[in-house]
Structure formats: C-alpha cells, structure tokens
Design a protein around this ligand. Structure first.
Ligand code: HEM
Length: 587
C-alpha cells in the first residue's frame, strides 16, 4: 500500500456487533446525533445536496458495503446516482467521488477545505496519530517531512542516487526466477513471493542503508529473523490497518469497551516500535563508527536533529519501509493478466528491438512506449489503492456543483475514476494500446488517477514506475508466462492491496547473454511447457554456437555449449524441446 492509500477499504467491510446493552444507548445517541447534525445543516448553502444512496436507519449503508470490494459497489452506485453521491457508514456521512472530474476538483481546486485526514482508531494508533507523510494533515509538519522524503529518497535526484538498489532488485528477481525454474521445473512460480522479499530488501537499504539477516530486539528479548522483521514491520501493521473497531462507525458509543481490539493493536504497535528502535540503534552505532551511507535514516538523523523527535524519526523511516514494500507489489498481479499473456510477444519484441542482446536498463525505458503503456494500463485497471484514504471537509465547501457540509468525509474512488466509461473506452478491458494514440505524454506519471492528484499525490510515483517498468521489462524479456491449464485470471483484493490469487507458470525465454546456457538446460528440464516458437527448419545449429562464442562466452564456453546443444538435438527428436532454445538467442 501506501499505508494510507488503501486503508479505507476494510473500514467498509467490518460490521459492528453491538451488545444488547449497547443498543438502547445507541438508539438514544443516534437520535441525539442526527438532531445535532440536522440543526447544523440549517441555514447553509443554497447549492443542492448530493444525491443520497438509500440505506438503513442507524447503520446506513454499512450492510451493502460488507462485500470485499467496496470500490466496485461504489462504481455500481455511480451508474444510478451519478459520479458524486453520499452514503452513511453508521453515524458518518461519506461523500463518494467516482469520476476524474469531481475527484480532481476535490483534490486540487477545493483542497484547502478538505486537506485533513479522517483515520480509524487502528490507524490513529499505528500511525502514531498521523505522524507520517501520507497520513498527516496538510500543515507545517507535512510540508517539512514531505520535503525530507523527496530530498533524500523519492525525488528525481534521490532516485538517481538510489539507482543501484533498483538494479540489484531487478537482477535478483530474474536470477531467483531462473533458480526456481531450474530447481522446480514442474511447479508454478509465485512471483509475489520473490518480488515481496526483494522489495523489502530495497526498502531496508533505502531507509537504513543495509538489508539484514536477523535482528536482536532488546525490548522483545528476542532475535528475529528477516522474515519475522518483515512481519512485524509490514504484514502485521497492514492487517492491523484493516482491523476495524466498530466504534469507528458509532463514535458516540466509544464508552463501550472493546478491549480485545485495543490490546491487539497496541501490542502490534509496541512490537513495531521495538523493532524500529533496534534497527535505528544499529544504524546509530554504524554512523558513530564513521560509516555513513546515503540513506534516509542518516539524512533524518542529521537534517532532522533539531526538528524531529527520535520517535518521529522512527515513524518516518518505518513509513518508507511499509510504503516501498507494499504498493509496488501491484506488479505481482501483472503477469496473471490474461490479456498480457496474449500480448507478451509484442512486449518481448519491442524490448528485443531496442535492447538487442543487452539486458534491459532504466535508460531504455523512454524508448519503450509499449512497456510504458503496459505499466499505466496495469495501474489503471488494477489500482493498488482503489480508494484513497478518507479525507475530511473541515469547512463547508462544494464539489461538482453540490453542497458539501463541514464534517463530511470524502472518499475518492480511484477505481471508479479509472473505470469511468466517459473517459475510458471499454474500461473493463486491459488494453495498453489505449495509451499509444498520441494523446498522452509518455513521461507523464499521471495518465490515470492511480497515484492520486494535487498536493497529496503519490510521492513514490517515480520509484514505483521505475521499479515496476524495469521489472516487467526484464521479466518479459527473459520469461514467458502462462497460467496452468484450467486456471483463469483471478485478481482479487486480499488484505490491503490488489493481489493475484493463483501463482503462475513461467518459462524462461531469455534473450540475454548470461542466461542462455542455463536457459537451454532449463528447456530440457521443463518438459511440461510446450515450445513457444517453432524452430525454423533452416536454422543451423552452428549459428547458435557462433552466437554463443562471439557475443557472450568466448571460445572456452563452446565445448559446454556444443555438449548442451548436442544433447538438445537428441532429445528434440522425441519431445521437440529444442524449440525453446531458439528464443534464447532472440532469433
Ligand atoms: C504503484 C504504486 C503506488 C501507487 C498506485 C500509489 C498510490 C498513492 C496514492 C493514491 C496516494 C494518496 C494520494 C492522496 O491521498 O491523495 C499516495 C500517497 C503517497 N505515496 Fe504512493 N503509491 C505507490 C507507491 C508508493 C511508493 C513506492 C512510495 C514510497 C516508497 C509511496 C509513497 C507515498 C507517499 C509518501 C504518499 C503521501 C504523499 C502526500 O501525502 O503528500 N507510494 N500514493
């Protein structure tokens, strides 16, 4: 996620379970609350009120939002009530925005009236009461920490300095996929698993200068493995963010205890703080020993020493870990997209034309319009943050010509904007070609609403786009993806971000120097995958040998290559497996 960027979803999924004793109080409180609200509305603007989606007394529309995909429900309602309407989630009125036009009006033109965030109880605890760039209100703190994060980490200059980490990530993803094919040729590859671990590694290096194997945490009196640290810093808080205290919907019932929930979130918070403290102490020792690294913690400890407390520094560092580790994970839905499976040849060919035998690099990206279109079409259709975390109108305002009273919560349905039929032709279809019609500036990161808009638009958009595009490119260059027979495209929301449900099968079709030999042996070892390209009859094997010798390996490798190809020839007569080798050389 952006921690902030996806946390609204679960709030709509939770239904309150009130005790009978609470119900009497609830009815009384609701009557009182409604009276209070209606008296506040009197005498206000002459603008029309927004259309209302009918719901139930007291709970409002909560029941209708119980299903897993509120962003889809919102879009359905937009067909009846228009791009802007209001719903009730218990005691709160939420204005839902479903088109780019009204969303941009709220996020840009009317921003000064709705620049505060409305956080659930769990998020208040987990964000140390908004102590993050993404969850803070628009104030001096926000401006300062946004400047810090851009200068040190996410701005264009900082991204240039962190280039090495991204290159390592792409390289590692590729070699791990190759390893998997080698060691488990018959098994589907779970791309997410590999990518998740690499993203976590990248986030640790950017945030703290180093990745780690394990960590001793004094406050927990335990040594945690890397995986346990990942759980405490990323997975647990994400699950915590979707844990809903039903009192969020009925603030006037806050007097009813919900101890189980509070303890669970507090414990999660304690563990997170303990791990962050331990990580920071390790880095402080490193700095004291004279070893400085270009990373966020070093920057904050120096630049923020008079402006930030140690706890705030810990929160800000943690923010980048969770944001970098999660949102870009949307990429793991990409290869399962059935349409991409059908289009991977086009992508592969574009990359081959530009990169030839070279491995794709970030420098190639501006010359690869189709890859760029694939990236934007993927975040359009599978927006990692389908609904932006709630904003709050702190004064009366208007959107789309409707009156928005102070106190309304504002939900921007990014999914709704990106699926708006007035803007996108056949929005349900995954069609990267839509971005190639000359209407779009290739360098524009905001072709869709996926990164938000205005002052609070995503600070990590550049990093996300570089990592995702380079990884998609590399994976398309080296591998061919397909779903196991009988499996269908199935992308669903699990937890906070869009996630693919079935792992994919991968075949290596690498056109890259370093992988060619192992590619050939993998082809041999991967009998369940049928050949991808028919071997042209005229294609002489000696050309393969020449290619290996001249381009990649030098004369010494010939012996090995000849042996492999000789073996391949033998096997070929029975199984046709040699066909897979042709694309290894981009022929
Ligand atoms: C494809 C990946 C990503 C998507 C789709 C995405 C989307 C978003 C969205 C929708 C917002 C909220 C905008 C708003 O509230 O109006 C946001 C904010 C933010 N994102 Fe991302 N994000 C992605 C990746 C990242 C990464 C990798 C980082 C950092 C490492 C990051 C850091 C941030 C920050 C710091 C903010 C808050 C900006 C502010 O409030 O001024 N994002 N993102």
């Amino acid at each position: 996620m952006d921690f902030a960027a996806t946390s609204i979803l679960p709030a709509f999924q939770a239904m309150p379970y009130a005790t009978p004793a609470a119900v009497g109080g609830l009815v009384f409180s609701v009557l009182f609350f409604n009276k209070f609200i209606s008296s506040k509305k009197k005498g206000n603007s002459k603008l029309l009120p927004v259309p209302v989606v009918p719901g139930w007394p007291i709970i409002g529309n909560l029941l209708q939002l119980k299903e897993k995909k509120p962003h889809k429900t919102f879009l359905r309602w937009a067909e009846t009530y228009g791009p802007i309407y209001s719903i009730k989630t218990g005691a709160s009125t939420v204005i839902v925005l479903n088109s780019t036009e009204v969303a941009k009006e709220a996020m840009v033109t009317r921003y000064s009236s709705i620049s505060t965030r409305k956080l659930s109880k769990a998020l208040k605890i987990l964000t140390d009461n908004k102590c993050m760039v993404a969850t803070s209100d628009y104030d001096d703190f926000h401006k300062m920490v946004k400047r810090y994060i851009l200068t040190s980490l996410l701005g264009a200059g900082a991204q240039r300095r962190h280039r090495g980490h991204r290159d390592t990530l792409v390289e590692n993803v590729s070699s791990q996929l190759l390893d998997r094919i080698k060691t488990h040729p018959q098994q589907a590859v779970d791309f997410r698993e590999i990518f998740e671990s690499e993203l976590f590694g990248l986030s640790m290096k950017e945030a703290l200068g180093k990745d780690m194997e394990s960590l001793h945490v004094d406050e927990l009196q335990a040594t945690l493995s890397r995986e346990e640290v990942f759980n405490v810093l990323v997975l647990d808080p994400m699950n915590g963010a979707i844990d809903v205290d039903w009192r969020d919907f009925f603030p006037y019932l806050r007097w009813i205890p919900n101890k189980g929930f509070e303890m669970k979130i507090e414990q999660m918070n304690f563990r997170r703080h303990s791990v962050m403290n331990a990580l920071i102490q390790v880095q402080k020792k490193r700095i004291a020993s004279g070893e400085e690294i270009n990373c966020y913690i070093d920057f904050l400890l120096s630049e923020g020493k008079t402006t930030l407390t140690e706890k705030q520094i810990g929160m800000l560092v943690w923010e980048t870990i969770i944001e970098a580790s999660d949102t870009t994970m949307f990429l793991s839905v990409k290869p399962c997209n059935d349409s991409l499976l059908k289009r991977q040849d086009r992508l592969h060919n574009e990359i081959q034309n530009i990169c030839g035998a070279e491995k794709i690099k970030e420098e190639h990206l501006p010359q690869l319009p189709y890859l760029n279109a694939v990236f934007h079409e993927t975040i359009r259709k599978y927006s990692p943050a389908p609904v932006i975390p709630l904003r709050y109108a702190h004064e009366d305002t208007q959107i789309g010509g409707y009156y928005i009273p102070a106190g309304s919560e504002i939900a921007v349905n990014i999914y709704g904007c990106n699926m708006d039929k007035k803007v996108w032709e056949n929005p349900e279809e995954w069609t990267p070609e839509r971005f190639l019609d000359g209407k779009y500036d290739p360098m524009d990161l905001h072709k869709t609403m996926a990164f938000g808009a205005g002052k609070r638009s995503c600070a990590g958009a550049l990093q996300a786009s570089l990592i995702a595009s380079a990884t998609i490119g590399r994976v398309a260059q080296e591998f061919e993806w397909r779903l196991k027979d009988g499996e269908e495209e199935n992308v669903d929301i699990v937890g906070l971000t869009t996630r693919k449900l079935q792992p994919l099968h991968v075949i290596n079709t690498c056109g890259l120097p370093g992988a060619c030999l192992c590619n050939i042996s993998q082809s041999l070892a991967y009998p369940m995958i049928p050949p991808s390209d028919p071997l042209e009859e005229s294609h002489p094997l000696s050309e393969l040998l020449d290619a290996i010798e001249q381009e990649f390996y030098g004369p010494k490798s010939i012996t090995l290559a000849s042996r492999i190809i000789g073996y391949a020839q033998t096997v070929d007569s029975e199984t046709n497996l040699l066909h897979n080798t042709t694309r290894s050389f981009g022929m």
